[in-house]
Design a binder for this molecule. Structure first.
Ligand code: XMP
Length: 517
């Protein structure tokens, strides 16, 4: 079975929700790919999708410079769904009119369904849906052949359709969860209107990935840097299933991992799954390299460089390795394509430990290249990895190295590990772990006086950080209950002698960052 055969193209006009459209479509079992609107048009023709979705975007069709829909999209002769800017571009190009509106709509709007359409059928008993809008311009004149299928107070043409040519336009965003019935509309478009099946499922994706890995590597040996993070863990589980002992993993313990993390990685992969894992115990080497260094960027560079040295040393002991596996995922692919075309969205690129040593001459195996993070997680669970590992908060490549402020020492790492463990353990016990996006403890380079019993204690200060965020570009500090913070604080001070004080970080991002360094 070709799980990519029934596919939709998402043409990106620069909306912050473009990836969300692709994910929603895939959640309905249909493969979708994103291409930028200024892509070489031949790629659109070659991709040969069963339907096209035009995303929203920050520009205006009412100015000369606004992006146009490439003519190849119309020539495909498949259904088209334009969202927000996509709808306006359709209206403008097919003979209607778009004008700036004084009455902008941002947030919830009441959509009244008009007439009959296959996109909305059966979605509302009342003839109304609460949808999410974000627009300044609006369509004021329908293009020939179109009918209004939905209206709102400030957009009399909030949804339009040409049911003969199967071209649709929605002023609102069906891809955001706040739009009632939005996900179902995308499902109807994919299945009923474009005629796509449901072959994009975790089981099929795994079978497909296994077949392509086997075809790519043959009898070759594959090396993987296993970090314990979600992506490399899923790659390990997948490759092990595909090629068994042809996979060798190198796990570098840099001494900056969370409590028991090294043991957990070995247990999950080596003991439970039977994966060949070489553990490089390099704690002393990392600490040595970090001695006397307080600057955060300098620490990051040293940790990255030392990782590559250790990884290469381990790799050079192996013979006959032809391939290097990497946990590259689809958003990385989209972002580097955007960066290459010079039309990138804002990118935050952290140099991830586990990255490819540049002078290692091996072919790459990247079995997650087509997948979004949530798909990677579902695959991980389907492959039998523990959900607690697959749904773990992100952990930075430099690890505790950037959570021990200033110079890193063994003692600080040990204290921080214990404090962090207490915080995370309590979050899980209080059912708060999955409600925050990232939580951790930070070791501050100051000492503070406390009294414990009758004793004066002059010891370290631990900061607790917990944030809520969707994309990690902006974040709100998590409003954890006071009683909860109190319990964590008192456990940390009582159980760890070297700590006299605990503080809670109430800074949002921006202006603060999530990590302290
Ligand atoms: P900041 O601190 O920039 O963090 O607000 C945003 C997200 O990125 C993670 N982070 C890193 N990840 N290497 C990484 O792999 C790094 O050097 C690094 N610095 C920050 C951070 O944990 C958060 O999830």
């Amino acid at each position: 079975m070709d799980i990519h055969a029934d596919r939709l193209l998402i043409l990106d006009f620069g909306s912050q929700y473009t990836q969300l459209i692709a994910r929603r479509v895939r959640e309905h079992g249909v493969y979708s790919e994103i291409l930028p609107c200024d892509v070489d048009p031949q790629r659109i023709t070659e991709f040969a999708p069963k339907g096209v979705i035009l995303s929203g975007g920050p520009e205006s069709t009412t100015v000369e410079t606004g992006w146009k829909i490439p003519s190849e999209v119309y020539q495909l002769n498949v259904p088209i769904l334009g969202i927000c800017y996509g709808m306006q571009a359709l209206a403008q190009e097919l003979g209607g009119k778009v004008e700036p509106s004084d009455l902008r709509e941002f947030g919830h709007a009441d959509l009244t369904l008009e007439g009959q359409s296959d996109l909305f059928s059966g979605l509302s008993d009342t003839g109304r849906l609460s949808v999410w809008m974000s627009h300044g311009d609006r369509v004021t004149v329908l293009p020939p052949g179109f009918a209004v299928i939905g209206s709102s107070a400030h957009a009399p043409i909030a949804a339009m359709a040409d049911l003969t040519r199967h071209i649709y336009g929605l002023q609102f965003h069906p891809e955001v969860t706040h739009s009632e019935g939005g996900s179902e509309m995308l499902a109807k478009f994919a299945h009923q209107i474009c005629g796509c099946g449901r072959s994009w499922t975790p089981e099929n994706i795994i079978d497909d990935a296994i077949a392509s890995v086997r075809a790519q590597v043959g009898n070759g040996q594959v090396l993987l840097g296993l970090s314990g993070g979600v992506d490399s863990s899923v790659v390990a589980a997948l490759l092990h299933k595909a090629i068994g002992d042809q996979l060798v993993c190198v796990f570098v313990d840099n001494g900056l991992l969370r409590l028991n993390e090294g043991a957990q990685v070995m247990e999950t992969f080596a003991e439970n799954l039977g994966v060949r894992v070489i553990r490089a115990n390099a704690e002393a080497r990392f600490l040595d390299a970090l001695k006397g260094v307080a600057d955060p960027e300098e620490k990051r560079k040293i940790i990255g460089r030392t990782f590559i040295e250790v990884f290469e040393e381990e790799a050079s002991k192996l013979t006959g390795v032809d391939f290097l596996a990497q946990g590259t995922i689809y958003p990385d692919v989209i972002e580097s394509a955007g960066a290459a075309s010079g039309k990138a969205h804002v990118i935050k690129s952290h140099h991830n430990v586990g990255g490819l040593p540049e002078d290692m001459r091996m072919s790459l195996v990247e079995p997650l290249r087509e997948l979004f993070k949530d798909e990677v997680r579902i695959l991980g669970v389907t492959l039998g990895l523990p959900p607690s590992m697959v749904y773990r908060h992100p952990f930075p490549g430099p690890g505790l190295g950037v959570r021990i402020l200033g110079e890193v020492s063994q003692t600080a790492a040990d204290v921080l590990r214990r404090a962090d463990h207490i915080f995370i353990e309590e979050l899980r016990a209080a059912d708060l772990y999955d409600k925050v996006s990232q939580a951790f403890a930070v070791f501050l380079p100051v000492k503070s006086v406390g009294v414990v019993g009758d004793q004066r204690r002059y010891a370290s200060v631990i900061a607790l950080r917990a944030v809520e965020t969707i994309d990690f570009m902006t974040a709100r500090w998590a409003h954890l209950p006071y009683e909860f913070i109190e319990r964590v604080s008192s456990r940390i001070i009582n159980e760890i002698e070297d700590v006299s004080r605990v503080v809670y970080d109430v800074s949002s991002k921006p202006p603060a960052t999530i990590e302290w360094e």
